[in-house]
Design a protein around this ligand. Structure first.
Ligand code: PMV
Length: 332
């Protein structure tokens, strides 16, 4: 039997950058994101097969690298332990966006794998349990189980059983919210988020102050989401992004993901907002230079044309999307 799930990527406005437990992937703070639409998604089929001597992974039409297969096998091991199974699986996975767009694919990738894998091994998990499982593949994947606005509650328990995502509001709740994305670089990042956040925790003197700031911004952002009030969260989103990139720079050796185009975009969005006398767009950047501009539908054209002025490789306009979906059509 084959099982197939689709998960959409998510882009955080309150960022996860730091683990308090490396093995269980438990974060140092709560984070908040919006789930994107299907333009940024992963579809994964999992089939268990007693004749296999090891797991088999096909990614975007090709046999996966050893490194990718090891990570997937380790993750499937968690599901097998829970299902008390020793059978290996064939996994076929496809990203809707080219891997080389430099977009985070680990969030949608591990969320889809958790959902399809749990079904294939006969586990029936709640969304909360799936979120806990996906977290152990990649931290950001914990949020992609749900659609709309999503918070990852860091939890306080040592075993991670209270560290999972919850939905703050459904995907249709804020129908005119958009993320206009400028793809600036397509190369793999030089410092992985896993090793980067570990070094930040070990070396950044500013990190403690960041955690206080995150708590303040969390209040503002939660309040704005509950009212669908873009203007009151825009500044917090931009401050949060800059704060994360500031502790990255304060890391030794320093981590720099932003490039000149990213900084130009920050400047142009600030200019747009001051020309309007109110915030109409807010930038956020993850572990790479690509710009994510949250805005509302009526400003999408204008934001896109601003982004085009810095010559991006590609622009994607994403609406807010759904959580995990199970599909009847399987990837062969
Ligand atoms: O994708 P992960 O689990 O390695 O974490 C990446 C974290 C950021 O994208 C930089 C921020 C976030 O909260 O998604």
């Amino acid at each position: 039997m084959m099982f197939t799930a689709r998960a959409n990527s998510n882009i955080a406005i309150l960022k996860y950058w730091g683990k308090r437990d490396e093995r269980l992937i438990l974060p140092t703070n709560n984070s908040i994101s919006f789930t994107m639409d299907e333009q940024l998604s992963t579809v994964t089929t999992v089939e268990i097969d007693p004749s296999l001597k090891q797991d088999e992974l096909h990614l975007d039409g090709k046999a996966a690298t050893d490194k990718e297969t090891v990570r997937v096998t380790k993750f499937l091991g968690l599901i097998r332990a829970r299902a008390k199974s020793k059978t290996y699986a064939r996994v076929v996975s496809k990203n809707s966006f080219p891997k080389a767009t430099g977009m985070a694919s680990s969030a949608s990738g591990f969320a889809a794998l958790a959902a399809a894998g749990a079904k294939a091994y006969g586990l029936s998990l709640t969304e909360q349990e799936l979120s806990i499982l996906a977290r152990q593949g990649s931290g950001s994947a914990t949020r992609s189980i749900f659609g709309g606005a999503v918070a990852w509650q860091m939890g306080i328990k040592k075993d991670g059983s209270d560290s999972h995502a919850v939905q703050l509001s459904g995907e249709s709740n804020w129908g005119n919210l958009r993320n206009v994305i400028a793809i600036l670089e397509t190369e793999e990042k030089k410092v992985s988020s896993r090793s980067g956040m570990k070094t930040t925790l070990e070396t950044s003197g500013l990190f403690g102050a960041r955690l206080d700031g995150v708590k303040r911004r969390e209040k503002t952002i939660r309040d704005a989401i509950s009212k669908c009030d873009f203007g009151s969260m825009a500044q917090a989103i931009m401050e949060e992004s800059s704060n994360m990139h500031a502790v990255m720079l304060d890391t030794y050796p320093p981590i720099t993901y932003l490039n000149d185009q990213s900084r130009e975009i920050m400047y142009l969005i600030q200019e747009l907002n001051s020309s309007r006398g109110k915030p109409v767009a807010a930038y956020t950047f993850d572990a790479g230079p690509n710009a994510h501009i949250y805005t509302t539908q009526e400003h999408v054209q204008e934001v896109s044309s601003i982004l085009r002025s810095v010559n991006p490789k590609r622009i994607i306009e994403s609406a807010i999307g759904k959580g995990i979906q199970y599909l009847d059509e399987h990837l062969a």
